[in-house]
Ligand binder design. Structure first.
Ligand code: G4P
Length: 288
């Protein structure tokens, strides 16, 4: 489901997350490990402020692990507690509780020193649509709670879910908007399925994806589609070669470009060609 974000929605989403923040000790900011920068809300620091934060890089199974490591280092330097997980297959989830304990240690030590009763750490999940918030909540809860669907902000009746020995998690995530004003980010969001088709031009997304693979995984691209194209060739030659190889043709034996575009985007969204991280740290703009 696509959310159209308007200024009113954004203000409401921010307000609702703000309300929930008062109830928790730590925020789990969840991002897509294929685009750890592009899948962040543009105002996230402003929304979360000083609240201790664990950055959960989800969909670890779909990304490039070397790049992922660099992002973990980046987030650490920024003062956050990063943890990479694969929520869908339930991998590395124990680390979430472990990081939550680390990041709240000081606060809990202070409470202990004041003789306050021991209590569970309270956390909430925040992130843009489709990064896997509901999947993660369900896996942590070990039952089906959060609906996988999108609604800005958070809904009213919320409950605490017990996770492990020392953690309680709000059962409804805070949903914030993506950085859709930046064209390149928009293409990456589309390539990972975070935003749906109406907002971006799919031909541009497919071209962006092809160029990414030509630069970063030329052999993988050729192998997957079983085509031979010179790396210096015009992008249209790739469309032609892939279309012909796959028999995506229309009347007059012409290549059906729409079908080729759809094929490439679907293959990239499902990590069928390779597991890529599209936000490459050393190629990113300095102002991030
Ligand atoms: P949201 O609440 O943040 O909006 O995201 P949600 O949990 O609905 O997840 C969005 C999509 O991402 C779902 O796929 C979900 O299965 C998938 N997903 C979540 N975490 C992971 C992960 O760690 N690895 C992989 N590979 N996929 C993940 P979907 O196609 O919308 O649904 P479905 O086909 O899984 O039912």
């Amino acid at each position: 489901m696509t959310i159209q974000w308007y200024p009113g929605h954004m203000a409401k989403a921010k307000r609702e997350v703000n309300e929930q923040l008062k109830k928790v000790d730590v925020v789990f900011e969840i991002v897509d490990a294929r685009i750890p920068y592009s899948s962040r809300n543009p105002m996230i620091d402003d929304v979360i402020k000083q609240k201790p934060r664990v950055v959960i890089l989800n969909k670890k199974d779909m990304t490039n692990l070397k790049e992922l490591e660099k992002w973990e280092t980046y987030f650490k330097k920024e003062g956050f507690y990063p943890v990479a997980v694969d929520a869908k297959h339930g991998k590395n989830l124990k680390n979430v509780e472990a990081e939550a304990i680390k990041v709240t240690q000081e606060k809990f030590n202070r409470e202990k020193a004041k003789d306050l009763k021991p209590r569970a750490i309270r956390a909430m999940i925040v992130g843009i649509p489709n990064v896997g918030k509901s999947t993660l909540i369900n896996k942590l809860a070990k039952r089906s709670i959060a609906q996988t669907g999108n609604k800005p902000g958070v809904t009213k009746q919320q409950q605490w879910i017990k996770v492990g020995k020392s953690l309680q998690l709000l059962d409804t995530p805070g949903i914030l908007w993506p950085k859709f004003e930046d064209e390149e980010v928009g293409k990456k969001l589309s390539l990972t399925g975070a935003i749906k088709d109406s907002i971006v031009h799919l031909d541009e997304v497919a071209i962006y994806g092809l160029n990414f693979m030509i630069t970063h995984d030329l052999e993988g691209l050729k192998r997957h589609y079983n085509v031979v194209v010179d790396e210096k060739a015009e992008i249209i030659e790739w469309f032609d070669a892939i279309g012909r190889r796959r028999g995506l043709l229309q009347k007059g034996n012409e290549v059906d470009y729409e079908s080729v575009i759809e094929l490439i985007i679907n293959d990239m969204r499902n990590a069928k060609i390779g597991t890529y991280c599209f936000d490459i740290l050393k190629e990113m703009k300095r102002d991030m």
